[in-house]
Write a protein that binds this ligand. Structure first.
Ligand code: MG
Length: 195
C-alpha cells in the first residue's frame, strides 16, 4: 500500500478501548473526606460547616486552610474518613470488568502512610497508587476527579481520554467532561462501551 501525503486523509479516529486504564481520585470520589471533616468539626465545635466550595476553610472554626490541614493531621482524618457508599465496590468492580485501575491523589506527603493503610484496610492495597499533585503526568484512558481545575487540566492534557467529573457542590460542568454522581456511574458508562 502506498501512502500519499498530497491529499487530506480522513479525520483521525480512535476506537474506544474495551478495557480502560482508569485513574481514580481518592478524596471526593472514593473517600468521603469532607464528610469526615464535617463530622469531626461538629463533634468538636458543636456546629457543622457547610462544605460547598473548594476553599471552605474560612467557613470552619479553623479559619484558613493551613490551620485546617494541621487539625486534620492531628486528628488523623485521612485514616479515619470513610468511603462513599458503594465506592469501594465500584473500584473493585471496574477491575472485575477488565479495566486497570490506578488511584491518583494529591494528598500531602504526611498523609501517605495513612493513605496506604486505608487502601489496605478497604481491600484496595494492590491497586497502583500515584501520589502527587501533577495528575496530568499519569497517562490513563479515563480519569475520575472532583476538582474543577484538575478536571480542566486533564481534559487539556489528554485529548483522547474520557474525563469524568464526580459531581460535588464544589465543582461545575466543564466542556468535554462527563458528569457522574458516583464512581459506580463511571463503571456503568464504561460498560456501555463493552456491550
Ligand atoms: Mg479529589
Amino acid at each position: 500500500m502506498t501512502l500519499t501525503l498530497d491529499r487530506p486523509g480522513p479525520p483521525p479516529t480512535r476506537l474506544r478501548p474495551r478495557a480502560y486504564r482508569v485513574g481514580v481520585d481518592l478524596d471526593g470520589v472514593l473517600v468521603d473526606w469532607s464528610g469526615a471533616v464535617a463530622d469531626q468539626h461538629e463533634r468538636e465545635f458543636a456546629w457543622r460547616p457547610d462544605i460547598t466550595t473548594w476553599d471552605f476553610a474560612a467557613s470552619t472554626a479553623l479559619g484558613d486552610m493551613g490551620a485546617l490541614m494541621g487539625w486534620v493531621r492531628d486528628r488523623d482524618l485521612f485514616r479515619l474518613a470513610g468511603p462513599y457508599p458503594g465506592a469501594v465496590a465500584a473500584a473493585l468492580g471496574l477491575r472485575e470488568d477488565g479495566h486497570a485501575v490506578a488511584l491518583l491523589t494529591a494528598r500531602p506527603a504526611w498523609a501517605h502512610d495513612a493513605t496506604a493503610e486505608w487502601l489496605e484496610r478497604h481491600g484496595l492495597g494492590e491497586m497502583p497508587l500515584h501520589l502527587g499533585p501533577a495528575k496530568t503526568l499519569v497517562d490513563r484512558d479515563a480519569y475520575v476527579d472532583d476538582h474543577g481545575p484538575t478536571l480542566a487540566a486533564l481534559r487539556a492534557a489528554w485529548p483522547w481520554a474520557r474525563v469524568f467529573r464526580r459531581v460535588q457542590p464544589w465543582n461545575r460542568p466543564l466542556p468535554g467532561v462527563e458528569d457522574v454522581g458516583s464512581l459506580d456511574g463511571v463503571r456503568h458508562r464504561l460498560r456501555e462501551e463493552q456491550a
